[in-house]
Design a protein around this ligand. Structure first.
Ligand code: PEP
Ligand code: MG
Length: 762
């Protein structure tokens, strides 16, 4: 290692100095050298640390202690780590180094400057990235004494148990690993945020700036929704601006910490940045991008008139893939397309059209036939607009969210959970949505039509297949009943009535409060009858109301819905109906009238049951309200692990059928929110715990001759369905578009089972 001073200012640092100042120090130095306004900082070099070890005489003891350590012995690892860290903290920093650090600190500002003290560990020739996050950072440090203490603590953190273990496993020799410490003025930002110097997906020369009040931590950690500004570097103008409602800001507190402060109502909705500030940030971003030769992801802060750049690193997400060839490979002409966004393909089909961003239901009046509706998440008020559009794209949600369910029923291509469609796409922009693959392309893709699936009825008619396992269909909107029936399905395995009720725009509570029960019963009766009429002689299982309170909130009467921390675990399903007899009675009255009108094919299913008593209680209430419960078909959804585990008790209580609601069963078994795109990759229908619960319940149902079905989204997955048939399920219920392929999967599996049996007996 060449002779190096104990302290280096950012202005003195060159790219090659990584071994002395670490990756963090070198990058700040480089940004300073190209003229970016980086907050003042100096680095206590790796050499200072080595001199400290040698001059205090602790070096040998320290390394010998580490050499003898077996890092797989947890107890020893913890105790040696503590011992070595204590050793580093127990000795004073040699005078020369101490003085150079405090001198540099004094030069930063006369009255003591508040600084951030950050570790930057490094091995010879290796940037600190390999050790990122393993050493300490101390924010909000003031005064020489605390500064020296923080530097020494950063050094000691090189010997944290996790860091020692990691180095040993990666084959690093502790003697060759060093640590530098960056001491940087802490910017008490009035506003701060991040920016992408070019469009993060398309690479266009559009700088995207996100900003919020206070320290940048609020934006980086995602605890506020920041304002979003799009600056076009070609025209030098802000071309799009979204002022978010910013509820809080993070500010420094006391000597070492930060705190969250609620914002006033004015500040919440006030724009964080002026046009001039956005332009200034974009210009600085351009300097960094030009210097590094690749678009940058930058952290910035502003105090008064001063702008600071805190960090700059390359954006890695830009991609311009070739559009995949739709249909049979090689037959169609190849089209080039730019991928703007990706999400989950929630409803198959491909469509092109003009983007209309809907932030509020009021905006839906702007949606014209054939447009593409882009929104954070759809809600029942948007269903009329959803009927008009050629495709739907949402920021949030998973395969079983409102947008996904309704789009599939309407046969409209949809991509959900894109995370940022409402930010990245612009009103009027032409895009193409591939609802099968979950891709959004820029512009109109000519070959799109070729990729569109054949109408379900045509496929069904072309391949009539008879299966022993009944293949039914799910319906949520009465208007989809004819499309559903055209699949030739063996009945309806789930008719969700909440979409029908949510479409009424008034809560059941509103009808009760306004003495309008008859109107509610009439609506329900009419909607369900439409579906029953489309399936004469085939079973139709209708489910009682299961809408979480947050879905009712926007409706008339929704103001009376309780505010719940977690509506998925709250006041919904049968538990709500049992405690709201008036609401339950209106539904039962509609069913009673349908049975009385001769619709014997109507079966009733209770959602979200978690104990057989709920079934018993619901049935008793129906009896009290005039239903002949011995004659009608009553069953339950199996959506909670408890109902799968207690399935025999449900059977004893008299259920005639059970249907797996895997959308909920998966979320409640795995603790994965089904509507949260951030954990969508962990939402695993084939998780062994889920399969074991299902297998257990199927066996019990078979043993007692009770029909056992599935109506969750997993029932539209051919692989899962093959597994279910193999394990003895008696019927399955799929989405309209999936019925033909599910019927085929069932038939194939059944034949295979028969063939295997025949061979065994031959
Ligand atoms: C389920 O949970 O699988 C189900 C079908 O019910 P929903 O999606 O309506 O909660
Ligand atoms: Mg459910």
């Amino acid at each position: 290692m060449k002779e190096m001073p104990n302290v280096l200012w950012l202005e003195e640092i060159k790219k090659e100095d990584i071994p002395s100042v670490g990756g963090k120090g070198a990058s700040l130095g480089e940004m300073t050298s190209i003229g970016l306004p980086v907050p003042k900082a100096f680095v206590v070099t790796a050499q200072a640390f080595r001199r400290f070890l040698v001059e205090t005489g602790i070096e040998d003891t320290l390394f010998r202690r580490l050499e003898r350590l077996d890092v797989d012995d947890n107890g020893a690892l913890e105790s040696v780590s503590r011992e070595v860290q204590d050793l580093v903290l127990s000795v004073g920093i040699p005078d020369q180094i101490h003085e150079e650090i405090t001198d540099a600190y004094t030069r930063m500002g006369a009255n003591g400057t508040v600084v951030a003290v950050r570790s930057s560990a490094t091995a010879e020739d290796l940037p600190e990235a390999s050790f990122a996050g393993q050493q300490e950072t101390f924010l909000n440090i003031l005064g020489e004494k605390d500064l020296i203490d923080a530097v020494q603590r950063c050094w000691a953190s090189l010997y944290g148990a996790r860091a020692i273990y990691y180095r040993a496993k990666q084959g690093f020799d502790d003697r060759s690993v060093n640590i530098a410490v960056v001491v940087q003025e802490l910017i008490q930002s009035e506003k701060s945020g991040v920016m992408f110097t070019s469009h993060p997906v398309t690479g266009e020369p559009l700088t995207i700036v996100e900003g919020s009040w206070g320290l940048g931590e609020a934006v980086v950690s995602g605890s506020v929704s920041p304002d979003n500004y799009v600056f076009d570097l070609r025209s030098g103008r802000v071309v799009d601006r979204l002022i978010a409602e910013k509820e809080i800001m993070i500010v420094p507190e006391g000597r070492h910490g930060t705190k969250i402060v609620e914002l006033s109502s004015e500040q919440r909705v006030a724009p964080v940045l002026s046009e001039a500030e956005v332009a200034r940030l974009a210009t600085l971003g351009k300097i960094a991008e030009d210097h590094y030769g690749i678009p940058q992801d930058i952290e910035w802060a502003i105090v008064g008139d001063e702008v600071f750049i805190l960090q700059s690193r390359p954006i890695t997400t830009i991609k311009r893939p070739e559009i995949p060839r739709p249909g049979a490979a090689g037959k169609q002409k190849t089209a080039q397309g730019v991928v703007l966004l990706e999400g989950q393909g929630a409803s198959p089909g491909v469509a092109s059209g003009r983007v209309v961003i809907v932030r509020d239901v009021k905006d839906t009046s702007a949606v014209k036939d054939g447009d593409i509706l882009v929104t954070k998440m759809t809600n029942p008020d948007m269903v009329p607009a959803m009927r008009r559009v050629s495709a739907i794209v949402t920021d949030e949600g998973g395969m079983t969210c409102h947008a996904a369910i309704v789009s599939r029923e309407l046969g409209t291509p949809a991509v959900v959970g894109s995370k940022k469609a409402t930010k990245v796409l612009k009103d009027g922009q032409m895009i193409t949505v591939d609802g099968e693959k979950g891709i959004i392309y820029d512009g109109t893709i000519e070959t799109a039509a070729v990729a569109a699936p054949a109408p379900v009825a045509a496929v069904a008619a072309a391949a009539p297949v008879i299966t022993g396992t009944l293949v039914k269909v799910n319906v949520s909107l009465p208007e989809a009943a004819q499309r559903a029936a055209a699949t030739g399905a063996d009945g309806v395995g789930l008719l969700r009535i909440e979409h029908l009720i949510l479409g009424l725009a008034k809560t059941p509570g509103w009808y009760i409060e306004h003495g309008a029960e008859e109107e509610f019963i009439g609506e329900l009766y009419g909607g369900i009858k439409t579906v029953l009429d489309a399936f004469p002689g085939k079973p139709v299982w209708v489910r009682t109301l299961d809408a979480p309170t947050d879905e009712f909130r926007n409706m008339e009467g929704g103001e009376n819905e309780p505010a719940e921390h977690n509506p998925m675990l709250g006041w919904r399903g049968i538990r709500r109906d049992l405690r709201s007899p008036d609401q339950f009675r209106m539904q039962i009255e509609a069913f009673r009238r349908l049975w009385a009108a001769g619709y014997d094919n109507l079966g009733l299913m209770f959602p979200l049951v978690n104990h057989p008593n709920e079934f018993v209680q619901a049935r008793a209430m129906m009896e009290e309200w005039g239903v002949d419960v011995e004659k009608v078909t009553l069953g339950v959804m199996v959506e909670i692990p408890s109902s799968a585990i207690l399935i025999e008790d449900f059977i004893k209580a008299g259920i005639r059928f059970a249907s797996f609601g895997t959308n909920d069963l998966i979320q409640y078994t795995l603790a994965i929110d089904r509507n949260n795109e951030n954990v969508a990759d962990m939402y695993e229908p084939e998780h062994p715990a889920v399969l074991r619960l299902i297998d257990y319940a199927i066996k019990a149902c078979r043993e007692h001759g009770v029909e056992c079905s599935i109506c969750g989204q997993a029932g539209s997955d051919p692989r899962m369905v093959a597994w279910l048939v193999e394990h003895g399920i008696t019927s399955v219920s799929a989405n309209i578009d999936a019925v033909p392929r599910i019927r085929e999967a069932v038939a194939r599996k059944e034949r295979q089972i028969l063939l295997d049996a025949a061979r065994r007996n031959a």
